[in-house]
Every structure is written in structure tokens, then in C-alpha cells.
Design a protein. Structure first.
Length: 442
């Protein structure tokens, strides 16, 4: 059984390679890999025993996990070099302030909108925290959640913001801390500003520095393209794991929450499209160009691992300014995540509030919740951990019990796929809108 599974897996990899070679359409091949992987995973779960599935997934993960590791390998060099290159091509350092303000504003405002949508969806579906059963996995998750809550309560907002500033940039380049990505952005931005300052004093020296940085940027960009060509194979392997390990009974038991979550996520995609439309950008053309990147975000459940694809899509397909693309992709992976830090914690807060005698649908509570979600989304990068940490921060701030975070652990992977895709789309939307508004479209 194991041998046959791996042979079929290899044959489908060859088929995907042939399809890409024949069509030269990466996006189309990624979608085929996603569909085949999900179907193969579900089939494997139904016909294989537990030991066979585990062993098969270990081998299959050499492709899926290996691809994610390759993307993680190039994240820090790409962020560092591409932001440095983008800044050295700016005419003045003041442009950085405009870019940062525009990108962060879009991320935080859309997160607030996402929270409001989550609140409305809970009201429409009538979701509550009552009736949820705590099994062995859920009880274990509750213990982890309470441990993380203690960790978060010990970390103040000023401490979070201070953690963004790198004290050892070489350590940050290794991804040593949860805030390493933002720290690398700050370090490369300072280097870029220094290069601009040198150019004002010595044009020849400034040009030589810019030329050297651009050469290194092209080298890293070529490496990124090599890795990105492997996307169909990585997505196929990752989706097999999703299909083979999903607890379909648990999903059915919590089906209303899953459906409600995905409706909220879909509506937020519509909001992104509406913002693009109001800025004179075709949402249809935009989504056609970004779909392969969203597909990988969906299957990998990692905003950070999607950064290389995010940047390449923004610069090569959407024509966004390189500096804006880099800032939005990196900030969007840790700040203002529409799905993980917007919709999810807002839904949980509204579901839990009635259990402690709070009416969650008063104007005052809704306004407070939306504000808390937006502010908290800026600080999530200081502690890491995605949606779980976002939920803990919001619930703790509002004085709500944290048990529901653990009770939903069985459907967490399924919802997290959609949330991650929304996070990444929020970052690309922020970059696209900022490039348009600042008139830096290429």
C-alpha cells in the first residue's frame, strides 16, 4: 500500500511537470495541483490505515515541507536585499514615510472592517459558545492557550514596539525572533537611507553602492524564481496532508462556524475588490494575477512563507513599486492581518460575550471591539503565533474567558487556510492601493 501510494504520488508530480511545460501557465498548474492533492489526501484517509498514512505523509512531506523550507530560506535575503535596492532607487528618504503610512493605514483600516464583518456574520448565523464539547485535544489546547495568555500578559505594548528595533541585525537575519522580519525591514531601511545620504555627498560613490546592491538584488531574484517554479509540486504535497489529516466528523459538528468563517472571509475579499475598484483598478484582472499566490497561501497556511511569492506578484504582475511591494508584503505578514487578527478574534469575542452577561450587539461594545482588534493587530508581531495569539490578546483585553480558543482546535487548520489567503491578499491590496495613490505604479 505504501509503495503504491508513493508511486502514484511520483507519477502525479511528473504529470504536473508535463502540464507546466506544455502550458507554461504556473497559476493553472497550481490549481490543478491543489485539486489533485486534496482529492488524493481524502482518498488516502479513506483507504489507508493510520500507520500507512503517517509513513506516506512523512515521505510526501519531503516535497511539501521541503518547498516551504526553501521559501523560508529565501525570505530574509529577499526582504533585506530587495528593500535595500528599492530604497536606493528612491529620489529622497521622505518617500519612505509616505509609503509606510499608506501601507499601514490600509492594513489597519481593512482589519477593522474585517472585525466588523465578523461581528455581523456571528449575528446572522446566531453563533454562540454554548454546546461546544471539550475532548482530549481540546483540553490540551486549552492548557496551551492559558500558558500563552500568561506570556502575552507579561508583554506590554511598548515592549512589543521596542522588539521591532534590531539590536543584532545578523541574528535577525537568521529569523531568531518572532519580530525578525520587521527588524530586518528596519535595518535594511536604515542602510538604504544611509546610501541615499552618501549619494548626496558623493554621487560617484552612491552610484557604485546602488549598482552593487542592484546586482545582488538580481541574483536573489533569480534564486526566488527557481524556487517559485516548484510551487505546483509543493501545493500538491501540502494539500495531500490537509486532505489526509482533516477530521471530517469534527468539521461537520462545527460546520456552522466553518461556513460562517468562510462567508466572512469571502466578504472581505469582496471589500478588497471594492477598494481596488474605487481606486480605478479592475478587481477581476487583479484576482486573475494574484490567484497562484493566494493558492499557495491557502495550502501552506503561512503568510511569512508566502512573502517571496507576494513580492514577485506585486512587482512583476501588478506593477507595484518595489519599495511598496516589499513593505506591504513584510508588514502584511505580521501586522494588520485581516483574517487571523481581524475576523477570527472578533467572531470569538462576540460568541463568548453572552456567557459572561454582556450583550455583544450594542453600539458601544461593537465600537470597542473593532478598536481593540485594530490596535491589537499591530502588536501581534511582538509575540508571534498568528490567530491564536490575536484571539488571546483581544479576549484578554476585553476581560473575556479564553476557553473557546481551545474548543475550536479541531477545525483550526481548515479555517486557517482561508484566513492566511485573506491575510496575504490584504497585504497585496495594501501594496496595490498605495502604489496607485502615491502614483508609483510601474
Amino acid at each position: 500500500m505504501l509503495f503504491l501510494t508513493l508511486i502514484i504520488f511520483t507519477l502525479i508530480l511528473v504529470l504536473l511537470g508535463y502540464l507546466y511545460k506544455k502550458t507554461q501557465k504556473l497559476g493553472q498548474t497550481v490549481f490543478v495541483g491543489l485539486a489533485l492533492g486534496l482529492g488524493a489526501g481524502a482518498l488516502l484517509q479513506n483507504i489507508g490505515n493510520e500507520e500507512t498514512i503517517k509513513t506516506a505523509l512523512d515521505w510526501i512531506n519531503l516535497v511539501g515541507g521541503g518547498y516551504v523550507r526553501l521559501l523560508q530560506m529565501i525570505v530574509m535575503p529577499l526582504v533585506f536585499v530587495s528593500i535595500l535596492s528599492a530604497i536606493t532607487r528612491l529620489n529622497e528618504a521622505r518617500s519612505l514615510g509616505k509609503i509606510s503610512f499608506s501601507v499601514l493605514s490600509v492594513l489597519l483600516i481593512t482589519t477593522a472592517i474585517a472585525a466588523f464583518i465578523g461581528i455581523i456574520i456571528v449575528q446572522i448565523f446566531g453563533l454562540t459558545a454554548e454546546g461546544l464539547v471539550a475532548g482530549e485535544r481540546e483540553l490540551a489546547a486549552q492548557t496551551r492557550v492559558l500558558g500563552r495568555a500568561d506570556q502575552i500578559n507579561a508583554l506590554s505594548v511598548p515592549a512589543m514596539l521596542l522588539s521591532f528595533i534590531p539590536k543584532n541585525p545578523f541574528a535577525e537575519l537568521t529569523g531568531a525572533n518572532p519580530t525578525s522580519i520587521i527588524s530586518v525591514v528596519i535595518f535594511s531601511a536604515f542602510l538604504g537611507v544611509a546610501a541615499l545620504s552618501l549619494r548626496k555627498e558623493n554621487q560617484e560613490l552612491g552610484d557604485r553602492i546602488a549598482q552593487g546592491v542592484e546586482t545582488l538584488n538580481k541574483l536573489v531574484a533569480r534564486l526566488v524564481r527557481f524556487v517559485i517554479r516548484l510551487t505546483p509540486y509543493g501545493v500538491f504535497a501540502l494539500m495531500i496532508k490537509v486532505g489526509a489529516t482533516s477530521k471530517w466528523a469534527d468539521i461537520l459538528n462545527l460546520g456552522s462556524f466553518v461556513v460562517a468563517s468562510y462567508i466572512a472571509i469571502f466578504l472581505m475579499f469582496v471589500v478588497h475588490g471594492l477598494l481596488l475598484f474605487l481606486s480605478g483598478i479592475s478587481p477581476i484582472q487583479y484576482y486573475k494575477k494574484v490567484m497562484p499566490t493566494l493558492s499557495f497561501a491557502f495550502s501552506s497556511r503561512s503568510s511569512a512563507a508566502t512573502i517571496p511569492l507576494n513580492i514577485e506578484t506585486q512587482t512583476d504582475k501588478l506593477g507595484n513599486n518595489p519599495a511598496i511591494a516589499n513593505f506591504s508584503a513584510t508588514f502584511g505578514a505580521t501586522i494588520g492581518q485581516n483574517g487571523c487578527a481581524g475576523i477570527y478574534p472578533a467572531m470569538l469575542a462576540v460568541m463568548i460575550a453572552p456567557t459572561v452577561g454582556i450583550d455583544p450587539f450594542t453600539v458601544g461594545y461593537i465600537a470597542t471591539l473593532v478598536l481593540v482588534v485594530a490596535i491589537s493587530s499591530f502588536g501581534i508581531a511582538g509575540v508571534g503565533g498568528g490567530a491564536t495569539f490575536a484571539a488571546i490578546v483581544v479576549l484578554s483585553t476585553l476581560g473575556l474567558p479564553l476557553e473557546l480558543v481551545g474548543l475550536l482546535i479541531s477545525i483550526e487548520p481548515l479555517i486557517d487556510m482561508g484566513r492566511t489567503a485573506l491575510n496575504v491578499n490584504g497585504a497585496m491590496t495594501a501594496g496595490t492601493l498605495s502604489s496607485k495613490w502615491l502614483k508609483l505604479k510601474e
